[in-house]
Design a protein around this ligand. Structure first.
Ligand code: ADP
Ligand code: GLC
Length: 491
């Protein structure tokens, strides 16, 4: 199949979260399976033009009421030479730092225009190449307009008549909501403001339009596919998703094992595998040193990596006089190592906790190397998400023999198996209600098992490290969805 992916983020070129990992790995693995895969994304300021190949000639993109002139560059997807990434280069729209805004928690004021340029530009890249896909696969709110354009504009043209669209929701919490006055940026007739499903509560909603116009809608785990159809998980769009439930599917993400494999990982100080855990002990010592924790092999070490935003349950862990980490660290013989960036209050509170607790150490920042070290060196990995569409870190942890402690939600429920104290089965520790007390109790349960059920911990590590999490199964799922999209959208 010819597949065009449209995404604002693709690893290694631009990343704010798991979306970038997922798009790149999915595209790459599909190309390895023999599909013809191209990705369109913006060329942000940080992506060096010198490392890309320019396509000859400028490309006009109809956007807003007029036309923008862009350049197009290409590069093979690193690690997957059969897939090609096309970059839309427009200095004014994309020649800045940041994907969605100057900081992780702020937006650029012209995002409607920027992501309109991305979606319109994706179809113009096809025209420029004379290559017309079977599937347009758009990801998240920032590419939502692509499904609208296919349905209401492009499919009227002979060359896109047989193209179908798939829309993958990586996170319902980010919908791309803007004032109605921004609608002209999209370069569509006003009739489509209502007709394509943009209007919601008097505002413009990219995610809602993307869901409304796609031939098939997917999300990144079966449990999350169910949750988004409920008022608790739907962020206001559960009604629409229930109406469209016949086209909604949940496919769990895989793990890119060329990057996340303890036996080959070059970012960690020692390599290891289920049969030889000496390297893991060396990683634990290196992690303790890196974070300035006492180097002790016998103390349970709990790691955390991720965006410090409410989705991740940070209030229940870190909030002053409410969060559980203070009581965990002051009553149990444990160590904590955290790396993340996000909400300001949380970063400040983490610094404060560090000054009070000798066994709690954190780095505010983003580092691939340190995140690999935490996954490899910790004994447990805490991920108490309020909601989690898929989640990648818990899978990375399992593959590194670091047992996840998670809330039973979304992809966490689908990829972690709870500890069974009787049999020693399981790959992690789970709880249901998101409260500081439940987090305290579950970390306590894991710590108890660490000290008192060593053989269970060992067996769980082996089980976790043997988990498949390959992209092969996910790709098969997407190919099925593509076939269904073609039969629904183009019949
Ligand atoms: P989300 O996409 O909601 O942030 P995921 O678990 O799917 O959650 O993916 C997060 C990705 O971002 C993982 O690859 C994780 O390692 C990475 N990541 C997040 N924060 C950091 C950080 N501070 N340093 C290094 N990597 C990080
Ligand atoms: C989102 C979700 C995360 C998921 C990722 C990749 O950012 O928050 O759970 O793993 O997308 O699909």
């Amino acid at each position: 199949m010819k597949i065009l992916m449209v995404s604002a983020e693709v690893v290694p070129f631009a990343k704010t979260g798991g979306l970038a990992d997922a798009v790149s790995a999915l595209a790459g693995n599909l190309s390895e399976q023999g599909h013809d895969v191209k990705i369109v994304m913006p060329r942000y300021y940080k992506i060096d033009r010198k490392k890309l190949t320019p396509l000859p000639g400028a490309m006009g993109v109809p956007v807003g009421g007029g036309q923008e002139w862009t350049e197009v560059y290409s590069a093979p997807l690193p690690g997957f030479p059969k897939a090609t990434v096309y970059f839309i280069d427009h200095e004014q729209c994309f020649g800045r730092d940041g994907v969605y805004g100057p900081t992780p928690s702020s937006d650029f004021p012209d995002n409607t225009y920027r992501f309109s340029l991305l979606a319109h530009g994706a179809f113009q890249v096809c025209n420029k190449l004379g290559w017309f896909p079977d599937i347009v696969h758009a990801h998240d709110w920032s590419a939502g307009l692509a499904t609208v354009l296919l349905k209401h504009v492009c499919r009227w043209q002979e060359k896109f008549r047989h193209t179908a669209s798939v829309y993958t929701i990586h996170n319902m919490g980010y919908q791309g909501v803007f004032g109605k006055d921004k609608f002209p940026d999209l370069g569509l007739d006003w009739g489509l403001y209502y007709g394509a499903g943009f209007e919601r509560n008097g505002a413009l909603n990219f995610l809602q339009a993307g869901i409304s116009c796609a031939d098939m809608v997917t999300t990144v785990s079966p449990t999350y596919a169910h949750e988004i159809q409920t008022p608790e998980g739907g962020f206001g769009l559960d009604g629409l998703l229930r109406v469209r439930s016949d086209v909604v599917r949940g496919i769990v993400n895989g793990v890119d094992k060329s990057v996340w494999n303890p036996a080959t990982d070059s970012l960690i100080p020692a390599r290891f595998g289920a049969g030889d855990m000496a390297g893991k002990a060396a990683c634990k010592a290196a992690l303790q040193k890196e974070f300035g924790l006492p180097v002790r092999p016998d103390v349970p070490l709990v790691g955390m990596v991720g965006r410090l935003v409410s989705q991740k349950g940070i209030a229940e862990v870190f909030a002053p006089s409410y969060g559980s980490v203070y009581s965990i660290c002051s009553t149990m013989d444990v160590q904590f190592a955290v790396i993340g960036t996000g909400e300001r209050w949380c970063e400040d509170e983490i610094r404060e906790l560090q000054s009070k607790l000798p066994n709690f150490r954190a780095k505010i920042g983003y580092s691939e190397r340190v995140s690999h070290l935490v996954e490899a060196g910790a004994d447990f990995f805490l991920m108490p998400s309020q909601y989690e569409p898929c989640g990648l870190n818990q899978m990375y942890s399992e593959l590194y023999g670091t047992l996840p402690i998670v809330r039973r939600t979304g992809g966490l429920a689908d990829t972690v198996e709870n500890y069974n104290e009787q049999t020693g089965e399981g790959t992690g520790f789970m709880f249901d209600s998101l409260t500081p007390g439940a987090i305290y109790d579950t970390v306590g349960w894991a710590v108890w098992a660490y000290y008192n059920r060593k053989e269970h911990i060992r067996a769980m590590q082996e089980r976790a490290m043997a988990m498949d999490f390959s992209w092969k199964a996910s790709c098969d799922g997407y190919v099925e969805v593509y076939k269904e999209a073609l039969s629904r959208g183009c019949s």
